[in-house]
Design a protein around this ligand. Structure first.
Ligand code: 9WN
Length: 423
């Protein structure tokens, strides 16, 4: 790609961020997702930082203004009424003054804050803003390691598939069999009004998403009890690696700002988490797998969750194996990284998190591989990502076999990742 093409791509990406900007937060895309989402916002902040640092900090500040008293940062903030999305605030009923959902999402804020701060052109102004964010991110990390790892194993569990950010991954099929679907209130989905139903999660999955939601609601969103009361408790290597990386990055950032306590607490969390991650390694698959905490067994599902693990500072051997898995998959599909191994008969090229490639995932994996010194694979992922954009525009996700754009269009975090890949 020549300089002109790069500049034009960057312009188109910034334009999407501006289009989806609602002043103090961005929506992931018009129509399908009309509110603020947690990890979308943190990754979007990286995109804003490329041309408007103030707006980047504001994106994260808005998200953290809605942190719960127990430290949880919710996965959706319903800033405005909009009945184009289901389930809305009337279903969640979390009792917050500005309504929010009652579950969380991958904790990528620590990583994003450090990266934006490192690149900041006005360090003094940024330091003043990031200081209070650092304390809030630390409280979120503390929440996760207490509420979602009540026995102090060093690995946190998600209690709802939406928390992983990979809603209908094949990883959840087995544990989902234990989640009932009887007795839920009748409902009408809205996602299928905006996106092809054949590319979205199934009705059986939505029934269970809602059963869990209603179960947690009956327990008044009390995070002291939800982990143990949830029939769905899964340790996702991707979710944990993102948290471990954010802990390590928050520690470094806090150190620089002189917040010694936050620095040492997060260094310790990262160290313990990294060690515990080993339990999820599968020699047979050459990657990490999810662990079902209710049965204590690994889930036989080679998904991208186990490759995102390289976003944390795993050993050279583990990073090498993950790099090799991706190189080998790149030979089998046209575009990397598929969200599930195409060699598995359960792979579904267009169905959301059961096969398609996502730019945010590509970014996390390539960043981890580059940090581990595996520049060639990181570059393969970067090149593949930019090809997908040039061919299909800024979609929510892509068929990794054909490059066909799928899901929502003019997608905010996809655009933000393009700005990152173009740096
Ligand atoms: C549920 C906003 C979000 C992303 C998730 C993605 C999808 C929501 C949905 O959209 O999830 O949170 O309704 O499908 O799976 O990763 O944060 O872009």
């Amino acid at each position: 790609m020549n300089r002109e093409d790069r500049a034009s791509l960057a312009r188109r990406a910034s334009q999407i961020l501006r289009e989806n900007d609602r002043g103090a937060y961005t929506v992931p895309t018009k129509g399908l997702y009309p509110f603020q989402w947690n990890w979308d916002s943190c990754l979007t902040a990286l995109g804003f930082a490329a041309f408007d640092e103030d707006r980047a900090w504001r994106e994260m500040e808005t998200l953290f203004a809605h942190q719960w008293p127990d430290g949880m940062v919710p996965h959706i903030i319903f800033h405005q009424d909009d009945d184009g999305y289901f389930p809305g605030p009337d279903v969640w009923q979390t009792g917050r003054s500005v309504p929010t959902s009652g579950i969380t999402q991958p904790a990528v804020a620590g990583f994003a804050a450090r990266r934006i701060f490192e690149r900041s052109k006005d360090k003094a102004a940024s330091a003043a803003r990031v200081r209070s964010l650092v304390q809030k991110i630390d409280r979120w990390h503390a929440f996760l390691y207490s509420a979602r790892d009540p026995r102090g194993e060093g690995l946190v569990a998600i209690i709802h598939p939406w928390e992983s950010g990979r809603d209908n991954a094949i990883d959840w099929d087995e544990p989902f069999q234990r989640v009932p679907s009887e007795g839920i209130a009748p409902y009408r989905r809205r996602d299928v009004d905006h996106a092809d139903p054949a590319h979205r999660p199934t009705k059986e999955q939505y029934d269970r998403y809602l059963w869990l939601l209603e179960h947690f609601r009956r327990h008044e969103w009390d995070n002291e009890v939800l982990h143990d009361l949830s029939p769905f408790r899964v340790v996702d290597p991707g979710f944990n690696a993102i948290l471990i990386r954010s802990c390590a990055d928050l520690a470094a950032l806090a150190e620089e700002l002189g917040a010694k306590k936050v620095a040492s607490a997060n260094r310790a969390r990262a160290k313990k988490g990294l060690k515990a991650l080993e339990r999820l390694w599968s020699e047979r698959h050459g990657q990490y797998l999810c662990l079902d905490r209710t049965t204590e067994s690994l889930i036989d599902s080679p998904s991208v969750g186990g490759l995102i693990a390289v976003f944390a500072a795993v050993s050279e051997a583990r990073a090498g194996a993950i790099g090799a898995r991706i190189t080998e998959m790149a030979e089998r599909c046209c575009y990397v990284v598929p969200s599930h191994d195409p060699a598995d008969p359960r792979f579904d090229a267009k169905r959301y998190w059961r096969g398609p490639a996502w730019l945010i995932v590509n970014y996390l994996i390539s960043d981890g591989l580059a940090a581990a010194g595996m520049d060639a694979v990181a570059e393969t992922i970067r090149a593949s990502s930019l090809q997908l954009i040039e061919k299909g525009g800024f979609a929510e996700y892509y068929d990794p076999l054909t490059g066909e754009p799928c899901g929502g269009d003019r997608f905010t975090w996809t655009a933000a990742m393009v700005l990152e890949f173009l740096r």
